[in-house]
Ligand binder design. Sequence first.
Ligand code: MG
Length: 379
Amino acid sequence: MKRICILGSTGSIGTQALEVIEEHSDLYEAYVLTAYNNADLVIEQARKFKPEAVVIANENNYNKVRDALADLPIKVYAGAKALCEVVQNENVDIVLASMVGFAGLEPTIAAIKAKKVIALANKETLVVAGDLITRLANEYQVPILPVDSEHSAIFQCLEPGNRIDKILLTCSGGPFRKISKEQIQHVTKSDALAHPTWNMGAKITIDSATLMNKGFEVIEAKWLFGVKPEQIQVVVHPQSVIHSAVQFEDGAVKAQLGVPDMRLPIQYAFSYPKRLTLSGERLDLFATKDLTFEAPDTDRFPCLRLAYEALHQGGNMPCIVNAANEIVNRAFIDDHIAYPRIAEIIEKTMSQIEYSTESSLEVYLETDKKARAYASSLL
Ligand code: MG
């Protein structure tokens, strides 16, 4: 029985992870559940899965959660610090890092230092601090197993001793793939939230519409697979059947295909190197008429270009991009800014925040704070 701590159990990945745990309740136990704000759902989850502990990060919701679970032997904690503590619980085997954004960084570092297997869905952790995270994972000999569907696909293609020539990182293209540069200036939040193939949380759905999500995934791939930026090619593939592919040094290309279902990469991170049964739809190639591929357009989607620039510059630049992106993403969801301002504000923030090549947590925390404040001042 593997005991799992889910950071972000009320989000899209967290709820699907609980479905996986329920389907394989003989193998996995939801040992710790954590949520940022959604007290009602985490209470419901805790009453059903009976974890050892629950953390509600927003302290204002502590009394509500504690009172609602008072009749059960479940420990309830509150605050961001508690997240860093619960991941270290000696009975936890796997930490699923499925929080959204920069907030996932410190708990993930705490989990690595406690030598927990990391199932990583929180890509921002690697975007912000890929250097630090991979260094710590090496030092503490902790595996980081990707949960992002593309990176799980790449991971599933790899064999020991095979050298990667090129990663073909697929991208649905998002809801604005076919519209003109003129039209894209006027898209709304609800246009952006209507993702054509994947059903995800709001933050990542907006990031998918701007292609910042794909830019972050390029950075994530660099750190997870130890490749150079020029070895990562983004391939727009609107059908989302090929979840990514790897070209090896002999020219062989291996891909992983399937229906878009996040439960598979979540489950594979839990069960690796084994595969387990998974209920649900199967890929029908006869029904999958055409598979098409096109190059991404960084003219219409400047966020992808900005992410590549940040990756090339390295240091704290990806951290700056991430912080600014979290601010504009929220502002766009809240109707405070129009779509074109997203990339503009990120680019401006990149040029204004002090650049540093030092890869320490202190630098990232400081950079994040400054970049958020600056980006906010531009709203
Ligand atoms: Mg992805």
